[in-house]
Design a protein around this ligand. Structure first.
Ligand code: HEC
Length: 194
């Protein structure tokens, strides 16, 4: 009996402490934060205007945290800006004046041909006669290159921006690939026109 009394007292203490802990916790309010600077760091954003109230947050003048590239900046690598617009006037301009940068020794149908087959033949057909798989199913009507009044410049413009129901291929083909494909289309047209 004596021993039992002792154990009961111990349990009672533990029970009181537990109840105490649980009833002190309030889920409806945020809990205490210890060392809040770990939770609330200064939010640096690359192009954000700096918060002038936060000390040390002014990296550049004009309160900018990083500089925007100057106008006309282009990415490094195989990227060249295309100055001609995606408009009817741009199309006519390209048709009349845009010339291929490739000379006859640089034109490589071994490069342009396979790319044409991958990206274009599904609609235009292997030889450009407008009889690709999708055209045969009447899903799209590209027409034969033979019937089109196109130049190397207009072909490049069409690859770059697309035309009506044809989409742009500027993302799939880089600049030199676009010219190789344009040269290949010009060759297909020349063969069809024979
Ligand atoms: C999804 C089908 C489709 C694919 C793929 C496609 N085209 Fe076309 N293309 C068309 C259609 C449709 C037209 C007719 C657009 C019009 O004149 O309304 C066209 C027109 C053209 C023209 C003539 C534009 C003009 O000046 O009249 C050229 C050149 C051309 N495509 C080249 C390409 C090349 C090169 C590729 C591959 C990089 C390609 N196309 C991929 C559907 C396609």
């Amino acid at each position: 009996m004596h021993i039992n009394m002792k154990i009961d007292a111990k349990y009672t203490v533990v029970l009181v402490m537990l109840v105490g802990f649980i009833s002190c916790q309030e889920n409806a309010r945020p809990n205490y934060q210890y060392m809040p600077n770990m939770y609330e760091s200064v939010g640096y954003e690359t192009y954000q205007e700096a918060d002038v109230d936060v000390e040390g947050n002014q990296i550049f003048e004009y309160d900018m945290e990083a500089r925007l590239p100057v106008d006309g900046t282009i990415p490094r690598g195989d990227f060249m800006p295309f100055e001609i617009d995606n408009t009817v006037e741009g199309y006519e301009e390209a048709k009349a004046n845009l010339k291929s940068p490739l000379d006859s020794t640089q034109v490589d149908y071994e490069v342009g041909g396979p790319l044409y087959t991958i990206y274009c033949a599904i609609c235009h057909g292997i030889k450009g006669a407008g009889d690709g798989t999708l055209a045969k199913k009447d899903l799209i009507i590209p027409g034969s290159y033979a019937e089109k009044d196109i130049t190397i410049g207009s072909i490049y413009h069409t690859i770059y921006y697309g035309k009506n129901s044809m989409g742009s291929y500027a993302n799939q083909l880089n600049e030199s690939e676009r010219w190789q494909v344009a040269e290949y289309v010009a060759k297909l047209k020349a063969d069809l026109d024979k």
